[in-house]
Design a binder for this molecule. Structure first.
Ligand code: ATP
Ligand code: MG
Ligand code: FE
Length: 344
């Protein structure tokens, strides 16, 4: 099954051609330079950029893959969750192409796409497995039972991991988006320089929630640390702060993912979302899994952050199962991963 897939849920205009789990082409046009001057994504600006770019991305994806319309079995687009105006551009483009070329249309859940990025890296991957989904808007432990069948076992109570990286980066004047810069600086810093809280969610009877996390306290702890260091004067040890922060986030996420996989008897952990590109998280998780005899699958770095190949891979699987969406399907700013089948 060959799919033309579109992703416009946030600030990346992306189009890909995917044949089951094989990527024929993947075009990602990032709007980062446009949003950087505002220090974050401006929804109105994002929608307008998508409108200007989308047709070129479709042309480029077809050209890169060297496929004709006859070879395409379906058209997919991210339908939820995300910025409404941004999602609308991709969804409307996909529906229009589906009508014009008389192909089935499939709406895809953005997080299911992030999960499917791992299928691109391992064509033999089969559920059940545990997905640690860590992105700009989500931090979840998802029990993947089958295509379209998910159970959320853990979540963040406040900030998402990627959001925490972005906020701390901003605090350190590192610009937007902060994750990749923090990662680079952390690799040159001392992760033990400053002890920071691990994002535990306390339970009424003592102890902490084994799968849920909280990153707003960690963010505040970094703020206090920075204020204290600034009062002492001198240059801010940015590399050591970045390394200590990354250490704390990586440790926290790893601990939860490993505990969850063991408790539920799942032998494979996959990671997805932008923070899955983080070097600290990758090494912590790999080391911890090895001692527990668990397998960890790391998707390609280019398929961790937003892209359309992951959307196409999920769409091909849904099409193979006969799932298609109505042309009246709308976009939704929020939709739980457990409600994916509402799209079909
Ligand atoms: P969601 O998928 O929840 O809707 P999103 O699509 O905006 O959110 P992604 O594109 O999956 O999020 O990921 C972007 C996030 O990943 C940003 O917060 C960014 O800072 C973070 N990120 C990217 N690379 C790294 C890295 N190497 N280390 C840490 N964080 C990173
Ligand atoms: Mg993005
Ligand atoms: Fe995303």
């Amino acid at each position: 099954t060959t799919v033309l897939a579109i992703e416009t849920s946030c600030d990346e205009t992306a189009v890909a051609i995917v044949k089951n789990r094989e990527v024929c082409s993947s075009v990602v046009s990032s709007q980062i330079s446009v949003h950087q001057q505002y220090g974050g994504v401006v929804p109105e600006v994002a929608s307008r950029q998508h409108v200007e770019t989308i047709n070129f991305c479709v042309e480029q994806a077809l050209q890169d893959a060297q496929v004709e319309w006859e070879a395409i079995d379906g058209i997919a687009a991210t339908a939820a969750p995300g910025l409404v105006g941004a999602l609308l551009v991709g969804l409307t483009t996909a529906k229009t192409l589906a009508i014009v070329h008389q192909k089935p249309f499939v709406g895809i859940h953005h997080l299911e796409g992030h999960i499917y990025a791992s299928y691109l890296s391992d064509p033999a991957l089969q559920p059940p497995f545990l997905c640690l989904l860590v992105s700009g808007g989500h931090t979840s432990l998802i029990y993947v039972k089958d295509c379209g069948v998910y159970e959320t076992l853990g979540e963040t109570r406040d900030d998402a991991a990627g959001e925490a990286f972005d906020k701390v980066a901003r605090l350190l004047n590192l610009g937007y988006p902060g994750g990749p810069v923090m990662d680079r600086l952390a690799q040159e810093g001392n992760p033990q320089a400053y002890p920071l809280p691990e994002g535990n969610v306390g339970l009424p009877g003592g102890g902490y929630h084994p799968y849920d996390s909280s990153f707003s306290g960690l963010k505040t702890a970094v703020l206090r640390l920075v204020q204290k260091l600034q009062q002492q004067g001198g240059l801010l040890p940015v590399k050591d702060i970045a390394a200590s922060f990354q250490e704390s986030v990586s440790r926290s996420l790893t601990k939860r993912a490993i505990a969850c996989a063991i408790d539920y008897g799942l032998e494979t952990i996959v990671i997805g979302g932008g923070v899955a590109a983080n070097s600290g998280l990758r090494s912590h998780l790999a080391a911890a899994a090895a001692t527990r005899n668990l397998r960890v699958l790391f998707p390609d770095l280019k398929f961790c952050t937003d892209n359309a190949a992951m959307i196409g891979c999920a769409a091909a699987e849904h099409l193979n199962r006969g799932h298609t969406s109505r042309l009246t399907l709308g976009v939704q700013s929020r939709l739980a991963i457990t409600d994916v089948m509402q799209l079909y």
